[in-house]
Design a binder for this molecule. Structure first.
Ligand code: ADP
Ligand code: MG
Length: 242
C-alpha cells in the first residue's frame, strides 16, 4: 500500500516551471531522503504533499485522500501529515509545553489536560521534558527543533515531512536532532526528509531521490545513489556535498 502517491505533478510560480512532472510513491513506513541542489524544487515538492503549496497539474493522493479542490480533503490530509521546517516556527509567547499541546486542542478539539499530557509524553520522547515550562527563546536551536518535532507528533500524524531540519543549526546541535529523527524512523514512521546530511541518509533512508531542475533525475537505495550514481549531475552534486 502506497501511502503517498504523486502522479505527473507540475507546479509553476508565475512563469517559472518549478516541478516538471514528478512521479513518486512512498510506501507505509518507508523513509525517503530527498537531495539535490538549491532551487531544484525539493521544498516545493514536499510542501505540495500537505498542500502548503497549490499545484496546477497532476495528482497527489495521501492515504487514499485526493488533494483536490475539496477543502475537507485538504484538512484531512493535514491532520495526517506532520511537517518540520528549517526555521522551527515556534510561537515565542507560548511555553514549550503550550506550543506542543496547541494543535490537538485546535484541530482535534482535545481538552487542554489531554493535549498537555500527550505533549509531555512527546517532550519526554525528544528528551526535553525538563524544558517544558520555558519559552522557545530560552532554548538552544537544537532544543527548539526537538520541540518542533514533538509539536508535529502531537497530532499523531501518519507521515512526517522534514525540510532541511538541521540546516539552521550550529554544527554541535545537529546530532541531537538527527538522533530524534533516527528514533522516529525506527518506530516505523513514514518519513520524507530533505537534507544535506548524507551520513543520516545512508543510515536511515530506504531510498534516496536526487532532484535537479524540477525533476527526479534518479532514485535508488542510498548505496547505489552515493556509490554508483548514473547521472553526471548527481555525481557533480555529491562531489560538492560529500
Ligand atoms: P529547493 O528547496 O530545492 O532549494 P525550492 O522548492 O525552494 O527549491 O524552489 C524551487 C524554485 O522555485 C526556485 O527557483 C525558487 O526560487 C522558486 N520558488 C520557491 N518558492 C517560491 C515562491 N513562493 N515564489 C516564487 N518562486 C518560488
Ligand atoms: Mg528548500
Amino acid at each position: 500500500m502506497q501511502i503517498i502517491q504523486v502522479h505527473d505533478l507540475h507546479k509553476w510560480f508565475g512563469k517559472l516551471h518549478v516541478l516538471r512532472g514528478i512521479n513518486l510513491s512512498v510506501a507505509r513506513g518507508e523513509k525517503v531522503v530527498v537531495i539535490g541542489p538549491s532551487g531544484s524544487g525539493k521544498s516545493t515538492l514536499i510542501r505540495c504533499i500537505n498542500r502548503l503549496e497549490e499545484f496546477q497539474q497532476g495528482r497527489i493522493i495521501v492515504d487514499g485522500i485526493p488533494l483536490d479542490q475539496d477543502l475537507r480533503h485538504i484538512d484531512q490530509v493535514r491532520r495526517e501529515v506532520g511537517m518540520v521546517f528549517q526555521q522551527f516556527n515556534l510561537f515565542p509567547h507560548m511555553t514549550v509545553l503550550q506550543n506542543a499541546a496547541l494543535a490537538p486542542q485546535k484541530v482535534r478539539r482535545w481538552p487542554r489536560e489531554q493535549a498537555e499530557r500527550k505533549a509531555m509524553e512527546l517532550l519526554e520522547r525528544v528528551g526535553i521534558a525538563d524544558q517544558a515550562h520555558k519559552y522557545p527563546g530560552q532554548l538552544s536551536g537544537g532544543q527548539q527543533q526537538r520541540v518542533a518535532i514533538a509539536r508535529a507528533l502531537a497530532m499523531e500524524p501518519k507521515i512526517m515531512l522534514f525540510d532541511e531540519p538541521t540546516s539552521a543549526l550550529d554544527p554541535e546541535m545537529v546530532g541531537e536532532v538527527l538522533d530524534v529523527m533516527r528514533d522516529l524512523a525506527e518506530s516505523g514512521m513514514t518519513m520524507v526528509v530533505v537534507t544535506h546530511e548524507m551520513a543520516f541518509a545512508k543510515e536511515v533512508a530506504d531510498r534516496v531521490i536526487f532532484m535537479d531542475q524540477g525533476e527526479i533525475l534518479e532514485e535508488g537505495p542510498p548505496r547505489q545513489i552515493f556509490e554508483q550514481p548514473h547521472h553526471q549531475r548527481t555525481k557533480t552534486f555529491l562531489q560538492r556535498v560529500l
